[in-house]
Ligand binder design. Structure first.
Ligand SMILES: [Zn+2]
Length: 257
């Protein structure tokens, strides 16, 4: 890509990133300076949000340009502290054009409660998100975070970082953001359903229905059903009783009761 072309792409991305940052904040997906987002300009040039600034008031000039190793090429601020997680996502998949990391409260609460939502409960989840995967807890800003997402991001667009937040990816910023919104909306519906059942966890869709939805999804989008891999979910089977109790605790904590 020649200089003029990538400069014009960069300028478009700056506008879009500010819109998405403000939307992420106004929709309650982050608080204060939480979260971060990035977009690919070229193979070795990425636009990222700065570290420590309030996302609701970000301006185009606050954004930072880095290379694929995280070195700052252009910008007046330090890049996001979760930069290595973003770069890991781009490294693992060529089709990713943007990454959004937020702290959506309801889906994050499910991870705090240790409740896994891999088995789809709502049909839309499969069409928009594929499978929701929970990545093992890792200390934010350390190199353990890219390690925790490395194998999952290969097959999934929507990850929940346990006790921390979300990571959604897409071919562009709009798509990565849409997946975040859909992830949190799904969690809200399930949380309401659990509340209606007095804190009892709801059942996933029957497996034959899940199979059917994946077949339709594959035809419509060409996206293949993820292969099962050993992860957090398989390592920690959770009893139904424990799920009910923890859901009640979380709902109480969040003042839903
Ligand atoms: Zn975070």
């Amino acid at each position: 890509m020649n200089h003029r072309l990538f400069k014009s792409k960069e300028s478009e991305l700056r506008k879009k990133m500010i819109q998405i940052a403000k939307l992420t904040y106004s929709k309650g997906m982050i608080a204060a300076s939480d979260g971060n987002m990035s977009a690919k300009i070229t193979e070795n040039r990425y636009l990222v949000t700065p570290s420590g600034l309030f996302k609701g008031f970000l301006e185009e000039d606050d954004l930072v340009v880095i290379d694929k190793f995280g070195k700052v090429i252009d910008g007046n601020h330090g890049p996001s502290s979760e930069l290595m997680m973003h770069l890991k996502a781009y490294e693992m998949r060529d089709d990713i054009g943007a990454v959004v990391h937020a702290h959506p409260p309801v889906i994050t609460a499910f991870s705090v409660a240790g409740i896994d939502l891999t088995e789809a409960i709502l049909p839309e989840t499969i069409f928009i998100l594929g499978e929701i995967k929970f990545a093992q807890y890792s200390t934010p800003t350390t190199k353990d975070v890219p390690k925790a997402i490395e194998s999952l991001i290969k097959q999934h667009d929507a990850l929940v970082l346990t006790r921390h937040g979300s990571l959604t990816v897409g071919k562009n910023l709009e798509e990565a953001y849409q997946k975040l919104e859909s992830l949190e909306h799904t969690a809200k519906i399930i949380s309401e359903a659990v509340k209606l059942k007095g804190g009892k966890m709801v059942e996933p869709l029957p497996s034959n229905e899940i199979d059917k939805l994946w077949e339709i999804n594959e035809k419509l989008t060409g996206k293949r059903r993820p292969q099962k891999i050993n992860d957090f979910t398989n390592d920690q089977p959770i009893s139904h009783e424990l799920i009910s109790k923890t859901v009640m605790d979380v709902l109480k904590e969040m003042n839903f009761q």
